[in-house]
Design a protein. Structure first.
Ligand code: THU
Length: 141
């Protein structure tokens, strides 16, 4: 079983590598697979602001493009202004990222726990709570 605090620290390390010169808001995400593998991502902004990629989306892109297909067990997300990552309220994945995460989860037929780390609390939710009645690959069968 994935250790919560270890995964949060991996997300924190990822956030330190964010490319976010426009918002100055750094986000890190860590995806833990059932075989013990962890894939991380950080947000990647662009001078054309709307092209920004969220940390969770980057992590999903890395995972799928590296052929991770096993059950996704857990996701950790941490965020904050540069130098203050994890020091505010927990931040939960945006709507697009929930959908991106669902794709990986569906491939492995899992419903991962999502930990959103803040200064004083870690929110714990299931992906199915964040994205009920999700649209996924099974709909296209
Ligand atoms: N961001 C993420 O990386 N993940 C989310 O779930 C929400 C927002 C990033 C996008 C942008 O670089 C910055 O946070 C401010 O919106």
């Amino acid at each position: 079983m994935t250790d919560r605090d270890t995964l949060i620290e991996q997300a924190r390390a990822a956030a330190a590598k964010a490319y976010a010169p426009y918002s100055n808001f750094h986000v890190g995400a860590a995806l833990a697979f059932a075989d013990g593998s962890v894939v991380t991502g950080a947000n990647v902004e662009n001078a054309s602001y709307g092209m920004t990629l969220c940390a969770e989306t980057v992590a999903v892109g890395k995972a799928l493009s590296e052929e991770w297909r096993g059950p996704l067990e857990a996701v950790a997300v941490i965020a904050g202004k540069a130098g203050q990552v994890g020091l505010g309220e927990p931040v939960s994945p945006c709507g697009r990222c929930r959908q991106m995460l669902y794709e990986v989860a569906a491939l492995g037929a899992s419903d991962p726990v999502v930990w959103c780390a803040g200064e004083h609390e870690v929110l714990e939710m299931k992906l199915s709570d964040l994205l009920p009645r999700a649209f996924g690959p099974e709909a296209l069968e």
